[in-house]
Design a protein. Sequence first.
Lengths: 506, 159
Amino acid sequence: MENIASLFYGFGVALSAYHIGLMLVGVLLGILVGVLPGLGAPNGVSLLLPLTFSMDPVAAIILLTSIYWGALFGGSTTSILFNIPGEPSSVATTFDGYPLAHKGKPTEALSYAFLSAGFGAMVGIILITLLSSSVAEFALRFSSPEFFAVYLLAFCSFVGLGGSSPFKTMVSIGFGFAFAAVGMDSVSGNLRLTYGIDELLAGISFLVAVIGLFGIGELMLTIEEGFELAGIRARISVKDVLSTAATMPRYWVALLRSAAIGCWMGITPGGPTAASFMSYALAKRFSRNRDKFGTGEPEGIISPETADHSAGTSAMLPMIALGVPGSATAAVMMGGLMIWGLNPGPMLFVERPDFVWGLIASMYLGNVVAVILVLTTVPLFAAILRIPFSIIGPIIVVTCFIGAYTVGNRAFDLWLALGFGAIGYVFKKLDYPIAPMVLAMVIGDKAEDAFRQSMIMSSGSMKIFWSNTLVASLMAGALLLAFWPLITAGVDRLLGSVGAARRGHT
Amino acid sequence: MISRFTAELATAVGTATFGAVVLGGAVEYGIGWDSAGPEPGAFPFYIGAMIVVASGVNAARTVMQRPLAGRVFLDRARFSRIASFFGLAAAFVLLSVYLGLYVATVLYLSAAIWWQGRYRPWVGAVCGITASLFFYFVLEKGFQVPLLKGPIEAMLGIY
């Protein structure tokens, strides 16, 4: 009940003409970056973040989260109309979304996607409303060893559950921590890892890294494919949307299952991309219409979309309550919070309730605004996509570099962005995950501080990480997640023929 | 043509080298224990070690895995597309450093749309000038965010 009261207080903070205006602008910009290939939610938020340095934090976070919602929706539009995912997390939407649109039912395909996405987002936000303050309250008991264990847990879940090779994930995490360590050491005040290069004294900004990794890197992948767009024309009629909406309750099982998967993957840092794939795979396994998957089955659109958006929203829960972001975009926003002088984590609920509850309330509004806007602007954004890529591509390049420059007004950052672009391209082509690197860059200093504080508390004994039930269970969870692939493989072997038979069947 | 095998191996060597550089940098600042707790280099030292070890495993797995043999990482056509894109982007950065972002934007967009997009030269020039003016008015005037400027802006008296 206390949460409901806080939520109404939050609505009081969020509901103003200025904030709603920012929401509209943010959602439209978000749809634009979601629709354009090479620009996604993480770098859309990174590009805009420098412009919010002087804004009030509540207004700034509303603008940035709205971009995030818009980008999530925009990514699905291109998946369905052009068979090209605008975002990695909407790849699974192309499997059934494009075939349905291709069969002459683009409105239905889009409506299924947007409405289930809206549903998924709502479930995620309700979860945040109900849980965030108790999670934060619980986390107030944390001291340095517990925080380090939580960070470790986040990274171990990337290693064990990320889907890429665990060792490639470790390289990626290591890169992130190493980049974060460059420059001023926040504990001792010494400079380190600068190798005599003056430009490195100020450190490497994660925003520049994100713009390079996700912007330039993604563009290189697009260019390599020799990009051609062949889209399906879509006009949205209100009647078609409503008649599609009327059939939605029929898919309640898929909706609830996908929302649950999404929330779980969002809170643990599995992220929206993994959530949408997992949800699609499970829907395909359990659906009565599993033979029709891939030919335009509504369940094949609803499942990945619901999971994608519930993961996207619930990724905000660990960010605000624990200071551990659940996705690359949440990591960028958390970096923003720190730049605005806020301290993400349990203390935020005590120090800035207006910010926390304003943000949560704005998430409800923002997603409603996003569903309406995305449905009404489909023809507009489809038209933008018809501008040839050989014109749009170079303009995106310029936008990325200008964005990188505005981060710190340093010419050196332009070179860094270019370098990160090359790293991003190679890493993506070779299945090195990028999100863990971004996460490590953002929370690198905090994780290191927590580690060093713990070491100081224990005079250098690692036993402190097993000194009480709380920290010990967090550490045990981290180890369990890190070795998850080995454990499941071991269990399969123990089960022997049973496991083999099951694998043969699927 | 670059094979996937070569690319995997080269990347593993590259990441291992990066890890070694981090190790080297960490040792410089001390990796032991002083009066204030762990020395500044200690944490980066573990990170560098993790990168080196994980890169080693990646390299070993590449060598031992058979299915990678014969897979293509980048063929000639793709390579030339990537190289010209990246080369032009690098030229844009170089131009920006010396001439400022506005002038570089005009030049880069003109060149990229003309050469890579095979449009008539004026299409690129129009796009470049429009984009440059757009960024000037939105960032410089609207958000009061100054961009990197060069000698030409100075000549025109724009600061």
